[in-house]
Structure formats: structure tokens, C-alpha cells
Design a protein around this ligand. Structure first.
Ligand code: IMP
Length: 177
């Protein structure tokens, strides 16, 4: 099996480009079916979701908008928990059908803390589409509405996902050995 080295770690092929494409198309067709006539607003979370978001959006055939945000997390001054803020959230979510696009839901911590901020704007609906999900790592209750693949609790790179900055441009998804 072709092993690749990124920084100090070795990775082996896990999902091929055609397997990914097949599931991206399937997720897009589910969304096309569910949002017919609803003009949803996709919000893609950078950096990791940029490739999934672009490929998914190409297969969206209904009227739809897309916007991109970056999440920054910092420690709250008086609270012990992490505070997550969105950079670049310029769209008005009020009465919109919103679909978050994520690359991977691992512990669920990021979205669990961030979604309430979007709920404050009273969207009509707020759903999550993620390419990958590690059910074995989930620590926060989170409902995933559209899913590409459930994967084991192992670190992966490629198709937008990185290991310390590298690996995002790999067409396939590789798994840590
Ligand atoms: P969560 O908050 O634990 O669900 O983690 C979400 C974020 O962690 C993702 O959006 C990724 O940026 C990063 N992440 C989690 N698992 C992996 C992985 O296996 N490879 C690359 N990035 C990951």
C-alpha cells in the first residue's frame, strides 16, 4: 500500500477520490430533494471544508446561496469554557433555511458551542452536513443531518483536511498508520 509521509507521520489510503465523489453526489441529491423551492443558505466552515463545500455545491441544482466563515476559539475571560466566534459571518440568517458544511465532526465540540450563536438569529431551520464523522469520538450531543462517511476514530488527512497545515491538496483521504 502506498504510504505517504506528512511531517513526521505516515498515512495510508483510506477513501478513494471516486468513493468520495459518489458520496458527495449522494449528499447533494438528498439536499436537492429536501430543499426544493426553499432557497437554502449554505455556510461552509473554513479552512477544512473548502473542497467538500465546492464539490457539494457544484451538485446542488436547486436555487441556493453559499457563504464562508472561519471559526476562532479563545478562552472566555470569566468563564472556564471556550468561546467560539465566527469571522466573516455577514449573511442575515433570520428566516433562512441554513445548512452548515463541515469537513469532519470529531468530538462535536466546535459545532456544539457554535450552533447556539446561529440559533440566536432565528433561522427557519439549521442543519448540519459533514463529509466525515467519527461517532466513536463524539462527546457532545449533535444531530448530523447529512453525512458522507462514518469513519473510525483515527486521524485523517486529504480532501481539505490537514495535519499541521499540510495534506489539504491530496485528492483522496488518508488515514494515520
Ligand atoms: P471537533 O470540534 O472535535 O468536532 O473537531 C472539529 C475540527 O477538528 C474539524 O473541523 C477539523 O478541523 C479538526 N479535526 C478533527 N479530526 C480531524 C482529523 O482526523 N483530521 C484533520 N482534522 C481533524
Amino acid at each position: 500500500m502506498p504510504v505517504i509521509k506528512v511531517h513526521d507521520k505516515e498515512f495510508v489510503p483510506y477513501l478513494s477520490a471516486s468513493e468520495i465523489e459518489e458520496q458527495v453526489k449522494r449528499v447533494a441529491s438528498e439536499i436537492n430533494r429536501d430543499y426544493e423551492g426553499k432557497k437554502p443558505l449554505f455556510i461552509a466552515i473554513l479552512n477544512g471544508a473548502f473542497i467538500f463545500a465546492a464539490d457539494l455545491f457544484k451538485h446542488i441544482t436547486i436555487e441556493a446561496e453559499i457563504s464562508f466563515i472561519k471559526l476562532a476559539s479563545y478562552k472566555g475571560i470569566k468563564t472556564s469554557g471556550k468561546v467560539i466566534t465566527a469571522i466573516g459571518l455577514d449573511a442575515d440568517l433570520h428566516r433562512r433555511e441554513v445548512i452548515i458544511i463541515e469537513d469532519i465532526v470529531d468530538t462535536g465540540k466546535t459545532l456544539f458551542h457554535f450552533l447556539p450563536q446561529l440559533q440566536h438569529q432565528h433561522p427557519t431551520s439549521l442543519k448540519i452536513a459533514t463529509l466525515l464523522h467519527k461517532p466513536g469520538a463524539l462527546l457532545h450531543p449533535l444531530k448530523i443531518d447529512y453525512l458522507g462517511f462514518n469513519i473510525p476514530n483515527k486521524f485523517v488527512i486529504g480532501y481539505g483536511l490537514d495535519y499541521d497545515g499540510l495534506g489539504r491538496n491530496i485528492k483522496e483521504i488518508y488515514q494515520l498508520v
